[in-house]
Design a protein around this ligand. Structure first.
Ligand code: NAD
Ligand code: GLY
Length: 387
């Protein structure tokens, strides 16, 4: 799988091998997340929502509880229900938005499961973006001490990030994602066809997470993105399949090496400490997560440049790619160095007082550090506040 993927990165640059392309893109792509007895496949392809066999092999009993939100239910619930017609399918539709990722809504999911009643052989399916995936995953981890879970992500962010790796959570009024569990799904089914209906801003926000994989550990992918960003941003089908697959390959390797984030998995937080400061300062209601992470990655790159790790040309390439993805490159005007620092200091990544950041030694080579001169961080904050 990996060799084919690498050769395709070359192929996609030249765009001249139609036969290979046809074979490759009409096939379903499978990446395995290697976690011993809890290993699972990620299926990627256009039209998988109607592929009954793909689901059937991972469904445990007869009962299924699909959790989705009102927007996605209108678009895809009927077609998924038809696909699963050999089973007893129930659905719980929750409100659309981050504000519904809370304990009250979680409780309504338990109500729905108990009213049926669903037994401990029920399979829960999260049909939606990261919000639905996170709350459904946590519900599955808790219901009857843990039931089978399938993730069916329908946003780009969820297909390349949140559906893979088993982080599940709800928000508490004192902090985002503060109540949760590591709970791996039985499978992830990513139908790239569902991305056609995704609003433009949400799609671009997902591109930030795609760029993140190139930056933190996959130079070839970063170069591929530089050559193909315009097609990808237009949601060209072939480019999308490749970008989702390559992102999942990167994430699955990191998760397999460090499931509980004791080390390497923290690299996935590239740009997040700066980005969370922007999200918190704007009350999580005007900036999308991916937009904040895009600026956060630029700030991490700027700090890495000031520390003498990456070159001015590397920084320019990163900035250009973020801009070509249609993402903002400067924080909101209200951000000052003081504001950044106060929000960054309460982020989960703070260890014993120093702010731990993901920085870059080079494009494709990220590392974790809390050992940098505070004055240099101040320069970065100043630079981006004045921008
Ligand atoms: P989201 O789930 O809110 O979805 C974004 C919007 O797109 C919603 O309005 C949704 O209804 C709509 N939508 C979804 N799929 C659609 C489709 N195919 N067509 C049309 N509209 C569609 O947002 P998101 O960006 O997917 O996820 C953000 C959440 O993910 C946050 O809660 C964040 O904390 C979480 N997250 C979790 C992890 C993890 O590892 N578990 C990682 C990153 C983010
Ligand atoms: N999205 C970060 C992680 O899964 O670890």
């Amino acid at each position: 799988m990996h060799r084919l993927t690498l050769s395709l990165s070359v192929f996609l640059k030249s765009d001249n091998n139609a036969l290979l392309a046809q074979d490759y893109f009409s096939a379903m792509h499978i990446i395995n997340v290697q976690l011993g007895t809890r290993s699972y496949p990620i299926y990627i392809g256009d039209g998988l929502l109607s592929s009954a066999d793909t689901y059937a092999q991972h469904i445990v009993g007869k009962q299924i509880m699909v959790v989705t939100n009102a927007t996605i239910a209108d678009l895809y619930l009927e077609s998924l229900t038809q696909t699963l017609s050999d089973f007893e399918v129930h659905a719980k539709v929750i409100g659309d938005g981050e504000k519904y990722k809370n304990i009250e809504v979680l409780n309504t999911i338990f109500d729905a499961l108990l009213k049926v009643p669903c037994d401990r052989h029920v399979t829960m399916i999260a049909l939606g973006g990261g919000v639905v995936g996170d709350i459904t995953g946590f519900a599955a981890a808790c219901y009857q001490r843990g039931v089978a879970l399938l993730q069916v992500p329908t946003t780009l962010l969820a297909q390349v990030d949140s559906s893979v790796g088993g982080k599940t959570a709800i928000n508490h009024k004192l902090g985002k994602n503060m109540i949760g569990a590591f709970y791996q799904p039985r499978a992830v089914v990513a139908d790239t066809g569902t991305l056609r209906t995704l609003p433009e801003r949400e799609f671009k926000a997902g591109l930030a997470e795609v760029i993140k994989y190139g930056l933190l550990g996959d130079t070839d992918f970063f170069q591929w993105l530089e050559s193909n960003m315009d097609k990808l941003a237009r949601r060209d089908h072939h480019s999308l399949i490749f970008a989702v697959e390559r992102s999942c390959l990167n994430k699955s390797r990191i998760v397999a090496a460090d499931e509980r984030e004791q080390g390497r998995r923290a690299l996935l937080n590239l740009g997040h400490t700066f980005g969370h400061a922007i999200e918190t300062a704007t009350n999580y209601d005007s900036w999308l997560h991916g937009e904040a992470i895009g600026v956060g990655m630029l700030m991490a790159a700027d700090l890495s440049l000031r520390l003498g790790h990456i070159s001015a040309d590397d920084f320019r390439r990163i900035m250009e790619l973020i801009k070509r993805a249609g993402l903002p490159s400067t924080p909101p005007e209200k951000m000052s160095p003081e504001k950044f620092l106060s929000y960054m200091s309460v982020d989960k990544k703070v260890k014993q007082g120093s702010i731990r950041l993901v920085l870059l030694r080079a494009i494709g080579d990220a590392y974790l550090s809390d050992d940098y001169p505070p004055l240099i961080l101040q320069e970065t904050l100043q630079h981006f506040s004045a921008a």
